[in-house]
Design a protein around this ligand. Structure first.
Ligand code: ZN
Length: 424
Protein backbone atom coordinates (compact mmCIF):
# COMPACT_ATOMS: atom_id res chain seq x y z
CA UNK A 1 0.00 0.00 0.00
CA UNK A 2 1.35 3.45 -0.87
CA UNK A 3 1.83 5.84 1.98
CA UNK A 4 2.19 9.55 2.16
CA UNK A 5 3.29 11.51 5.19
CA UNK A 6 2.61 15.21 5.60
CA UNK A 7 5.02 16.56 8.20
CA UNK A 8 4.37 19.42 10.61
CA UNK A 9 1.19 20.77 9.06
CA UNK A 10 -1.37 22.84 10.95
CA UNK A 11 -4.50 20.93 11.93
CA UNK A 12 -6.98 23.07 13.83
CA UNK A 13 -4.20 25.38 14.98
CA UNK A 14 -1.81 22.64 16.15
CA UNK A 15 1.23 21.28 14.36
CA UNK A 16 0.57 17.64 13.42
CA UNK A 17 1.70 14.93 11.03
CA UNK A 18 -0.88 13.35 8.75
CA UNK A 19 -0.30 9.81 7.55
CA UNK A 20 -2.18 8.67 4.49
CA UNK A 21 -2.21 4.98 3.66
CA UNK A 22 -3.71 3.91 0.37
CA UNK A 23 -6.60 6.28 -0.21
CA UNK A 24 -7.51 6.96 3.43
CA UNK A 25 -6.27 9.16 6.24
CA UNK A 26 -4.64 6.64 8.58
CA UNK A 27 -3.41 8.84 11.40
CA UNK A 28 -3.27 12.45 12.56
CA UNK A 29 -0.80 12.95 15.42
CA UNK A 30 2.44 14.76 16.31
CA UNK A 31 5.67 13.05 15.10
CA UNK A 32 4.41 9.94 13.35
CA UNK A 33 7.13 7.34 12.74
CA UNK A 34 6.68 5.18 9.64
CA UNK A 35 8.74 2.37 8.24
CA UNK A 36 9.29 1.57 4.59
CA UNK A 37 9.15 3.88 1.63
CA UNK A 38 6.94 6.86 2.17
CA UNK A 39 6.44 9.98 0.12
CA UNK A 40 6.87 13.00 2.36
CA UNK A 41 5.54 16.51 2.09
CA UNK A 42 6.86 19.32 4.24
CA UNK A 43 3.68 20.84 5.66
CA UNK A 44 5.42 23.60 7.59
CA UNK A 45 3.45 26.89 7.47
CA UNK A 46 0.66 25.10 5.63
CA UNK A 47 -2.85 24.54 6.97
CA UNK A 48 -4.51 21.17 6.32
CA UNK A 49 -8.21 21.31 5.45
CA UNK A 50 -10.64 18.83 3.90
CA UNK A 51 -11.21 19.19 0.15
CA UNK A 52 -14.46 20.81 -0.94
CA UNK A 53 -17.32 19.22 -2.90
CA UNK A 54 -18.87 21.30 -5.68
CA UNK A 55 -22.33 19.72 -5.69
CA UNK A 56 -23.67 21.23 -8.90
CA UNK A 57 -21.73 22.07 -12.03
CA UNK A 58 -21.44 21.47 -15.76
CA UNK A 59 -17.67 21.12 -15.94
CA UNK A 60 -17.22 21.15 -19.73
CA UNK A 61 -18.75 24.63 -19.87
CA UNK A 62 -15.35 26.06 -18.97
CA UNK A 63 -15.11 26.30 -22.79
CA UNK A 64 -17.77 29.05 -22.61
CA UNK A 65 -16.10 31.13 -19.91
CA UNK A 66 -16.65 34.78 -20.78
CA UNK A 67 -18.75 34.01 -23.85
CA UNK A 68 -22.23 35.54 -23.89
CA UNK A 69 -22.43 37.37 -20.57
CA UNK A 70 -25.04 39.93 -19.50
CA UNK A 71 -27.86 38.56 -21.61
CA UNK A 72 -31.42 37.50 -20.84
CA UNK A 73 -31.57 33.76 -20.15
CA UNK A 74 -33.58 32.95 -23.28
CA UNK A 75 -31.35 34.91 -25.69
CA UNK A 76 -28.25 33.50 -24.04
CA UNK A 77 -29.40 29.87 -24.41
CA UNK A 78 -31.09 30.11 -27.82
CA UNK A 79 -28.65 32.32 -29.67
CA UNK A 80 -25.35 31.77 -27.89
CA UNK A 81 -25.08 28.45 -26.06
CA UNK A 82 -27.27 25.88 -27.83
CA UNK A 83 -25.99 26.52 -31.39
CA UNK A 84 -22.42 25.96 -30.18
CA UNK A 85 -23.29 22.99 -27.95
CA UNK A 86 -24.91 21.31 -30.97
CA UNK A 87 -21.45 21.09 -32.54
CA UNK A 88 -19.50 20.02 -29.48
CA UNK A 89 -17.68 16.71 -29.75
CA UNK A 90 -16.56 14.21 -27.13
CA UNK A 91 -13.05 15.62 -27.46
CA UNK A 92 -14.30 19.14 -26.70
CA UNK A 93 -16.09 17.90 -23.60
CA UNK A 94 -13.02 15.93 -22.53
CA UNK A 95 -10.76 19.01 -22.68
CA UNK A 96 -13.39 21.28 -21.15
CA UNK A 97 -13.58 18.95 -18.17
CA UNK A 98 -9.79 18.67 -17.96
CA UNK A 99 -9.65 22.46 -17.65
CA UNK A 100 -12.39 22.36 -14.99
CA UNK A 101 -10.49 19.71 -13.02
CA UNK A 102 -7.34 21.80 -13.22
CA UNK A 103 -9.16 24.85 -11.89
CA UNK A 104 -10.88 22.87 -9.14
CA UNK A 105 -7.66 21.20 -7.98
CA UNK A 106 -6.03 24.65 -7.88
CA UNK A 107 -8.86 26.13 -5.83
CA UNK A 108 -9.42 23.49 -3.17
CA UNK A 109 -12.18 21.35 -4.69
CA UNK A 110 -11.52 17.61 -4.68
CA UNK A 111 -14.92 16.26 -5.69
CA UNK A 112 -17.85 17.44 -7.82
CA UNK A 113 -21.26 16.53 -9.17
CA UNK A 114 -21.57 17.08 -12.91
CA UNK A 115 -24.31 17.11 -15.53
CA UNK A 116 -23.57 17.36 -19.26
CA UNK A 117 -23.59 15.46 -22.54
CA UNK A 118 -20.91 12.84 -23.33
CA UNK A 119 -20.66 11.36 -19.82
CA UNK A 120 -17.88 8.98 -20.84
CA UNK A 121 -15.69 11.88 -21.97
CA UNK A 122 -16.35 13.63 -18.66
CA UNK A 123 -15.57 10.44 -16.76
CA UNK A 124 -12.32 9.91 -18.69
CA UNK A 125 -11.22 13.49 -18.01
CA UNK A 126 -11.85 13.05 -14.28
CA UNK A 127 -9.97 9.77 -14.35
CA UNK A 128 -6.97 11.29 -16.15
CA UNK A 129 -6.82 14.38 -13.96
CA UNK A 130 -6.81 12.45 -10.67
CA UNK A 131 -9.93 14.22 -9.39
CA UNK A 132 -13.02 12.65 -7.87
CA UNK A 133 -16.35 13.18 -9.60
CA UNK A 134 -19.92 12.02 -9.77
CA UNK A 135 -21.02 12.13 -13.41
CA UNK A 136 -24.69 12.33 -14.32
CA UNK A 137 -25.98 10.89 -17.56
CA UNK A 138 -28.43 13.59 -18.68
CA UNK A 139 -32.02 12.60 -19.45
CA UNK A 140 -33.83 15.12 -21.65
CA UNK A 141 -36.89 13.73 -23.49
CA UNK A 142 -39.16 16.79 -23.80
CA UNK A 143 -42.11 14.38 -23.69
CA UNK A 144 -41.07 12.36 -26.78
CA UNK A 145 -41.55 8.68 -26.02
CA UNK A 146 -38.85 7.50 -28.47
CA UNK A 147 -36.23 9.71 -26.86
CA UNK A 148 -37.45 8.75 -23.39
CA UNK A 149 -37.00 5.07 -24.20
CA UNK A 150 -33.48 5.69 -25.50
CA UNK A 151 -32.66 7.63 -22.34
CA UNK A 152 -33.87 4.78 -20.15
CA UNK A 153 -31.78 2.29 -22.11
CA UNK A 154 -28.79 4.59 -21.85
CA UNK A 155 -29.14 4.73 -18.06
CA UNK A 156 -28.40 1.00 -17.97
CA UNK A 157 -25.82 1.11 -20.73
CA UNK A 158 -23.73 3.79 -18.99
CA UNK A 159 -24.09 2.03 -15.65
CA UNK A 160 -22.17 -0.86 -17.25
CA UNK A 161 -19.73 1.38 -19.16
CA UNK A 162 -18.71 3.17 -15.97
CA UNK A 163 -17.45 -0.09 -14.48
CA UNK A 164 -14.21 0.47 -16.39
CA UNK A 165 -13.33 3.56 -14.35
CA UNK A 166 -11.72 3.70 -10.93
CA UNK A 167 -13.70 4.30 -7.76
CA UNK A 168 -12.97 8.02 -8.05
CA UNK A 169 -15.40 8.21 -10.94
CA UNK A 170 -18.95 7.59 -9.82
CA UNK A 171 -21.99 7.12 -12.04
CA UNK A 172 -25.29 8.92 -11.53
CA UNK A 173 -28.28 9.99 -13.59
CA UNK A 174 -29.44 13.54 -14.26
CA UNK A 175 -32.98 14.17 -15.41
CA UNK A 176 -32.45 17.77 -16.54
CA UNK A 177 -35.57 19.42 -15.08
CA UNK A 178 -39.31 18.86 -14.67
CA UNK A 179 -40.00 20.95 -17.80
CA UNK A 180 -37.68 18.90 -20.04
CA UNK A 181 -38.30 15.41 -18.65
CA UNK A 182 -41.70 13.69 -18.55
CA UNK A 183 -43.36 12.64 -15.31
CA UNK A 184 -43.15 8.98 -16.19
CA UNK A 185 -39.42 9.35 -16.77
CA UNK A 186 -38.90 11.08 -13.42
CA UNK A 187 -40.61 8.16 -11.76
CA UNK A 188 -38.29 5.81 -13.65
CA UNK A 189 -35.30 7.79 -12.34
CA UNK A 190 -36.42 7.28 -8.78
CA UNK A 191 -36.79 3.52 -9.30
CA UNK A 192 -33.51 3.28 -11.17
CA UNK A 193 -31.70 5.08 -8.34
CA UNK A 194 -33.18 2.80 -5.74
CA UNK A 195 -32.29 -0.28 -7.71
CA UNK A 196 -28.70 0.82 -8.41
CA UNK A 197 -27.86 3.09 -5.48
CA UNK A 198 -27.03 6.15 -7.61
CA UNK A 199 -27.62 9.87 -7.17
CA UNK A 200 -30.42 11.54 -9.16
CA UNK A 201 -29.24 15.02 -10.14
CA UNK A 202 -32.11 17.39 -11.04
CA UNK A 203 -32.50 21.15 -11.53
CA UNK A 204 -35.52 22.15 -9.44
CA UNK A 205 -37.29 25.47 -8.89
CA UNK A 206 -34.51 27.57 -10.32
CA UNK A 207 -36.79 30.38 -11.51
CA UNK A 208 -40.16 31.87 -10.72
CA UNK A 209 -41.16 30.96 -14.28
CA UNK A 210 -40.58 27.28 -13.56
CA UNK A 211 -42.95 27.52 -10.60
CA UNK A 212 -45.58 29.45 -12.59
CA UNK A 213 -45.40 26.96 -15.44
CA UNK A 214 -45.73 23.99 -13.07
CA UNK A 215 -48.78 25.59 -11.47
CA UNK A 216 -50.29 26.13 -14.92
CA UNK A 217 -49.47 22.70 -16.29
CA UNK A 218 -49.79 20.42 -13.27
CA UNK A 219 -51.73 22.60 -10.82
CA UNK A 220 -48.88 22.15 -8.36
CA UNK A 221 -45.58 23.66 -7.35
CA UNK A 222 -42.51 21.71 -8.60
CA UNK A 223 -41.60 19.71 -5.46
CA UNK A 224 -45.25 18.82 -4.82
CA UNK A 225 -45.56 17.67 -8.43
CA UNK A 226 -42.55 15.38 -7.90
CA UNK A 227 -44.00 14.06 -4.66
CA UNK A 228 -47.31 13.43 -6.43
CA UNK A 229 -45.53 11.43 -9.12
CA UNK A 230 -43.90 9.37 -6.38
CA UNK A 231 -40.61 10.61 -7.81
CA UNK A 232 -38.78 12.06 -4.83
CA UNK A 233 -36.39 10.15 -2.59
CA UNK A 234 -33.18 10.37 -0.59
CA UNK A 235 -31.24 9.77 -3.83
CA UNK A 236 -32.29 13.15 -5.26
CA UNK A 237 -29.96 16.14 -5.31
CA UNK A 238 -31.98 19.23 -6.19
CA UNK A 239 -29.87 21.93 -7.80
CA UNK A 240 -30.95 25.55 -7.16
CA UNK A 241 -34.08 24.76 -5.07
CA UNK A 242 -34.70 28.47 -4.94
CA UNK A 243 -38.46 28.91 -4.93
CA UNK A 244 -39.75 26.49 -2.30
CA UNK A 245 -42.90 26.92 -0.22
CA UNK A 246 -43.22 25.65 3.37
CA UNK A 247 -45.15 22.66 2.12
CA UNK A 248 -42.49 21.85 -0.45
CA UNK A 249 -39.75 22.03 2.21
CA UNK A 250 -41.75 19.56 4.34
CA UNK A 251 -42.09 17.16 1.44
CA UNK A 252 -38.38 17.39 0.57
CA UNK A 253 -37.40 16.87 4.22
CA UNK A 254 -39.64 13.80 4.48
CA UNK A 255 -38.14 12.31 1.31
CA UNK A 256 -34.53 12.71 2.46
CA UNK A 257 -33.57 14.58 -0.74
CA UNK A 258 -30.80 17.21 -0.64
CA UNK A 259 -30.76 20.80 -1.94
CA UNK A 260 -27.84 22.63 -3.54
CA UNK A 261 -27.34 26.39 -3.40
CA UNK A 262 -25.79 28.04 -6.49
CA UNK A 263 -25.47 31.69 -5.46
CA UNK A 264 -23.29 32.96 -8.34
CA UNK A 265 -25.53 31.53 -11.03
CA UNK A 266 -28.70 32.69 -9.29
CA UNK A 267 -27.33 36.23 -9.12
CA UNK A 268 -25.79 36.40 -12.59
CA UNK A 269 -28.87 35.08 -14.38
CA UNK A 270 -31.02 37.17 -12.03
CA UNK A 271 -32.92 34.01 -11.11
CA UNK A 272 -33.44 35.29 -7.59
CA UNK A 273 -32.37 35.25 -3.97
CA UNK A 274 -33.90 33.87 -0.80
CA UNK A 275 -32.47 30.32 -0.74
CA UNK A 276 -34.08 28.98 2.45
CA UNK A 277 -30.93 27.62 4.11
CA UNK A 278 -32.06 28.26 7.69
CA UNK A 279 -35.41 26.52 7.19
CA UNK A 280 -33.68 23.61 5.44
CA UNK A 281 -31.28 23.20 8.37
CA UNK A 282 -34.17 23.30 10.84
CA UNK A 283 -35.96 20.57 8.89
CA UNK A 284 -32.81 18.47 8.53
CA UNK A 285 -32.54 18.83 4.74
CA UNK A 286 -28.90 18.27 3.68
CA UNK A 287 -27.56 21.32 1.83
CA UNK A 288 -24.56 21.56 -0.47
CA UNK A 289 -22.97 24.44 -2.40
CA UNK A 290 -22.31 24.52 -6.12
CA UNK A 291 -20.85 26.91 -8.65
CA UNK A 292 -23.03 25.79 -11.59
CA UNK A 293 -21.33 25.89 -15.01
CA UNK A 294 -18.78 28.47 -16.10
CA UNK A 295 -21.29 30.25 -18.33
CA UNK A 296 -23.31 31.31 -15.34
CA UNK A 297 -20.67 31.53 -12.64
CA UNK A 298 -17.53 32.08 -14.71
CA UNK A 299 -15.26 30.30 -12.26
CA UNK A 300 -15.33 27.10 -10.24
CA UNK A 301 -13.72 28.53 -7.12
CA UNK A 302 -15.66 27.20 -4.14
CA UNK A 303 -14.11 29.80 -1.81
CA UNK A 304 -15.92 32.42 -3.85
CA UNK A 305 -19.09 30.33 -3.98
CA UNK A 306 -19.04 30.07 -0.16
CA UNK A 307 -18.59 33.81 0.22
CA UNK A 308 -21.41 34.56 -2.20
CA UNK A 309 -23.69 32.09 -0.40
CA UNK A 310 -23.03 33.73 2.96
CA UNK A 311 -23.33 37.32 1.75
CA UNK A 312 -26.34 36.77 -0.51
CA UNK A 313 -28.09 34.90 2.31
CA UNK A 314 -27.58 37.72 4.77
CA UNK A 315 -28.80 40.44 2.43
CA UNK A 316 -31.76 38.37 1.21
CA UNK A 317 -33.10 37.89 4.71
CA UNK A 318 -31.79 41.23 6.02
CA UNK A 319 -30.17 39.32 8.87
CA UNK A 320 -26.38 39.23 9.42
CA UNK A 321 -26.65 36.20 11.73
CA UNK A 322 -27.91 33.77 9.08
CA UNK A 323 -25.73 31.78 6.67
CA UNK A 324 -22.87 31.72 9.20
CA UNK A 325 -19.35 30.96 7.99
CA UNK A 326 -19.38 27.70 9.95
CA UNK A 327 -22.61 26.47 8.35
CA UNK A 328 -21.62 27.51 4.85
CA UNK A 329 -18.22 25.86 5.25
CA UNK A 330 -19.75 22.61 6.37
CA UNK A 331 -22.16 22.71 3.38
CA UNK A 332 -19.13 23.04 1.07
CA UNK A 333 -17.17 20.20 2.71
CA UNK A 334 -18.64 17.40 4.86
CA UNK A 335 -22.29 17.94 3.86
CA UNK A 336 -21.36 18.10 0.19
CA UNK A 337 -19.54 14.79 0.36
CA UNK A 338 -22.36 13.23 2.33
CA UNK A 339 -24.93 14.31 -0.26
CA UNK A 340 -22.90 12.49 -2.90
CA UNK A 341 -22.60 9.39 -0.72
CA UNK A 342 -18.80 9.67 -0.56
CA UNK A 343 -16.93 9.11 2.69
CA UNK A 344 -14.80 12.28 2.59
CA UNK A 345 -14.89 16.03 3.16
CA UNK A 346 -13.59 15.51 6.69
CA UNK A 347 -10.07 15.72 8.07
CA UNK A 348 -10.43 12.61 10.18
CA UNK A 349 -8.71 9.28 10.59
CA UNK A 350 -10.50 6.72 8.44
CA UNK A 351 -11.97 9.24 5.97
CA UNK A 352 -10.99 9.26 2.30
CA UNK A 353 -7.77 11.22 1.80
CA UNK A 354 -9.22 14.17 -0.15
CA UNK A 355 -7.55 17.22 1.36
CA UNK A 356 -5.64 20.41 0.71
CA UNK A 357 -2.79 22.32 2.27
CA UNK A 358 -3.28 26.07 2.35
CA UNK A 359 -0.66 28.80 2.56
CA UNK A 360 -0.85 30.47 5.96
CA UNK A 361 1.79 33.12 5.20
CA UNK A 362 -0.27 35.26 2.88
CA UNK A 363 -2.09 38.56 3.55
CA UNK A 364 -5.64 37.20 3.12
CA UNK A 365 -4.96 34.52 5.75
CA UNK A 366 -3.24 36.84 8.25
CA UNK A 367 -4.02 37.09 11.10
CA UNK A 368 -5.92 33.88 11.65
CA UNK A 369 -8.21 34.52 14.61
CA UNK A 370 -10.72 32.15 13.10
CA UNK A 371 -9.75 29.83 10.25
CA UNK A 372 -13.27 29.19 8.98
CA UNK A 373 -13.98 32.92 8.93
CA UNK A 374 -10.86 33.48 6.81
CA UNK A 375 -11.81 30.65 4.46
CA UNK A 376 -15.33 31.95 3.84
CA UNK A 377 -14.95 35.74 4.06
CA UNK A 378 -11.36 36.48 3.13
CA UNK A 379 -9.64 33.75 1.13
CA UNK A 380 -9.93 32.61 -2.46
CA UNK A 381 -8.53 29.63 -4.33
CA UNK A 382 -5.09 31.24 -4.57
CA UNK A 383 -4.31 30.14 -1.00
CA UNK A 384 -4.27 26.47 -2.03
CA UNK A 385 -0.72 25.11 -2.11
CA UNK A 386 -1.18 21.35 -2.38
CA UNK A 387 -4.15 19.16 -3.30
CA UNK A 388 -4.50 15.46 -2.53
CA UNK A 389 -7.29 13.29 -3.92
CA UNK A 390 -7.78 9.64 -3.00
CA UNK A 391 -4.39 9.64 -1.31
CA UNK A 392 -2.56 10.89 -4.43
CA UNK A 393 -0.96 14.30 -4.75
CA UNK A 394 -2.45 16.08 -7.76
CA UNK A 395 -0.98 19.51 -7.03
CA UNK A 396 2.27 19.91 -5.10
CA UNK A 397 3.31 23.39 -3.93
CA UNK A 398 1.39 24.98 -6.78
CA UNK A 399 2.55 22.61 -9.54
CA UNK A 400 0.25 20.34 -11.50
CA UNK A 401 1.80 17.95 -13.97
CA UNK A 402 0.63 18.53 -17.53
CA UNK A 403 -1.04 21.86 -16.76
CA UNK A 404 0.36 23.66 -19.81
CA UNK A 405 -0.92 21.06 -22.21
CA UNK A 406 -4.42 21.26 -20.74
CA UNK A 407 -4.47 25.07 -20.93
CA UNK A 408 -3.23 25.06 -24.50
CA UNK A 409 -5.48 22.32 -25.84
CA UNK A 410 -8.60 23.63 -24.12
CA UNK A 411 -8.10 27.21 -25.24
CA UNK A 412 -7.57 26.03 -28.81
CA UNK A 413 -10.81 24.02 -28.73
CA UNK A 414 -12.75 26.87 -27.17
CA UNK A 415 -11.58 29.45 -29.75
CA UNK A 416 -12.31 27.02 -32.53
CA UNK A 417 -15.84 26.23 -31.34
CA UNK A 418 -16.86 29.82 -30.68
CA UNK A 419 -15.06 31.01 -33.80
CA UNK A 420 -16.98 28.62 -36.01
CA UNK A 421 -20.40 28.43 -34.39
CA UNK A 422 -20.64 31.24 -31.88
CA UNK A 423 -21.65 34.89 -32.06
CA UNK A 424 -18.75 37.32 -31.75
ZN1 ZN B 1 -27.09 23.87 -13.67
Amino acid sequence: MSSLLIRRTLVEGKEQDILIQGNRIAKIAPHIAVEGFTQEIDGHDLIAVPGMANTHTHAAMTLFRGYGDDLPLFTWLNDYIWPVEAHMTEEDVYWGVRLACLEMARTGTTCFLDMYSFPLATAQAIEDSGMRGVVSYTLFDRGEEKRAREDRENCYRYLKEFERFSQRVVYSIGPHAIYTVSGKQLRFCKDFAEENGVVVHLHLSETQKEVDDALKEYGKRPALYLEDLGALSKHFVLAHSLYLSDEELQVIAASGAACVHNPASNMKLASGAGFRFEDMKRLGIPVGIGTDGCSSSNNLDMFIAMRMAALLGKVSFKDPTVFSAKEVYSAATSAGYQILGIDGGRLEEGALADLCLLRSKTPIMTPCHNLVSNLVYSADGSVVDTTIVDGKVIMLHGCIEGEEEVLEKTAERAYNLIGKYGIR
